[in-house]
Design a protein around this ligand. Sequence first.
Ligand code: FAD
Length: 511
Amino acid sequence: MTDPGGQPGLRRRDLLAGMGAAAASTIAAGAGALPASRVSSWDIYADVLVAGSGAAGTCAAIEASRAGANVLLIESLPRFGGSSAMSAGVVYAGGGTALQRALGVEDSVENMFNFISAAGGKHPPLDKIQLYCEQSSAHFDWLVEQGVPYSQQMSPGMIVPQAGESLYFSGCEQAWPARELAVPAPRGHVPVATGMTGGRVLMEALLAQATALGVRLQAEVSGQRLIVTGEGRVIGMQVSMAGETRTIRAYRGVVLASGGFIHNRDMVRNYAPELYDCSVPWGNVGDQGMGINMGIGVGAAALRMHQGFAIVPLYPPQSVLSGIVVNASAQRFVAEDTYYGVLGDAIAFHQQGRAWLITDRRADPPALQDNFLQVAQANTIGDLADQLGFPKGALQDTVAYYNRHAANGDDPLFHKRPPELRPLQGPPYRAWDLAVDKAFCPAHTFGGLQTGVNGEVFNSFGEVIPGLYAAGRTSSGLPGAPYIASGLSVGDATFFGRRAGVAAAQRGGAA
Ligand SMILES: Cc1cc2nc3c(=O)[nH]c(=O)nc-3n(C[C@H](O)[C@H](O)[C@H](O)COP(=O)(O)OP(=O)(O)OC[C@H]3O[C@@H](n4cnc5c(N)ncnc54)[C@H](O)[C@@H]3O)c2cc1C
């Protein structure tokens, strides 16, 4: 016989037996913590144990060490730095940072708060946003004090500066509707670097500080389970080290800073299905969700697990933004000149992952960029629409409406800005496939453990789990969907990582 799942020979009672086994393994996994009573001896000791050597973990280690703690930082991979070292190192900072002031940029805490709190998704974490905006300027000073280099040059472009400039508009501040919510200000602070290597520069400076402060850095040590007392206090971690299982005693606290889970494909499919189809898991291979799962194993709540960064990098060149982006009904649905994280979110989460860029003769030469494939070309919009299989007449209506208003410098639907706002003006018309599974569409996750402003981790009843802290993409922080600006993730990781380190070091003392 054939079972409902199509496997020959599997009978109903086998299926039920299998379900029983699955339930048993769920229960075993649910006991995802190691009771302290089962630890007969400890192998390694520290006041504060930090799991993960990216921006969040390294900043936590630095501040915990400065607060007087003996700190051990473990990293599951052979190299330190995590996704943070792969990143462009952009930190979103504002409210009048030293660099903004030096470059004559006007900004205020209130303005920055208005942008971050209103331009993104619904019900953002206002307490974290408020604190971050208030202390963002001082946080930038702190990064400079750690040795992160910045230049006093600003880039006019929409992408990470490539020639050593350290300030740019890194998000959707100037696009509609964000520009009506707050006065646009450039807030992307980028370490002086060649191309996209700012993250390496940032992490080299932070890791050097941690080393100088005496933080013990141990690579190829992977956290597996938290160790908890009968009262639910986290006092250590079971780790895997050179193929052996070891226990680490953390007298004051454990900071989980182990990144997100984009490389754990089962977790992505289960928690964030819209990100599963995105063509490029964007991050360091250590993004396996281990920190989040260790937290869940001791009862931590996890928030916004479906949210993430889905990027459709339409630009550069900026000239392609004179085209229009349409969905499967040939309708526009987003301002084409917005930040590519907002565009990617709109496609991945709100258009079933499918969209097309339509360009005209002025957008030639056809090799606009290599992120997308050209999938149709025609001398009329009608023929192009037929090739794409759009509903009859829909694309013609969309283009006619867009052209009529664009000729008057107007975009009633999405308020695109000139010079990219202009009518589509003649053949060859081309369509470029922006489908998230076909185009170059990098994605990573934002969901993580529920934390307070000091990194303390909460359980589902809103109670603090004693001894446990989390930061960066292991926690649910400032970044949400849509992701409105580059730099919010590393900004959040460095800022709240620092606070988690201080809080962990100050807690308790030797138990
Ligand atoms: C190419 C690229 C460019 C980007 N550019 C930017 C940018 O400019 N600005 C920005 O804000 N964001 C950027 N991002 C996103 C950003 O890099 C990450 O979201 C951020 O760095 C996450 O920091 P983190 O400290 O939480 O994690 P990570 O930096 O990933 O560090 C986590 C570390 O924990 C380790 N780890 C995992 N599990 C365990 C375990 N069980 N035990 C011990 N260690 C463990 C991992 O191996 C990793 O080294 C970019 C991402 C990519 C891929």
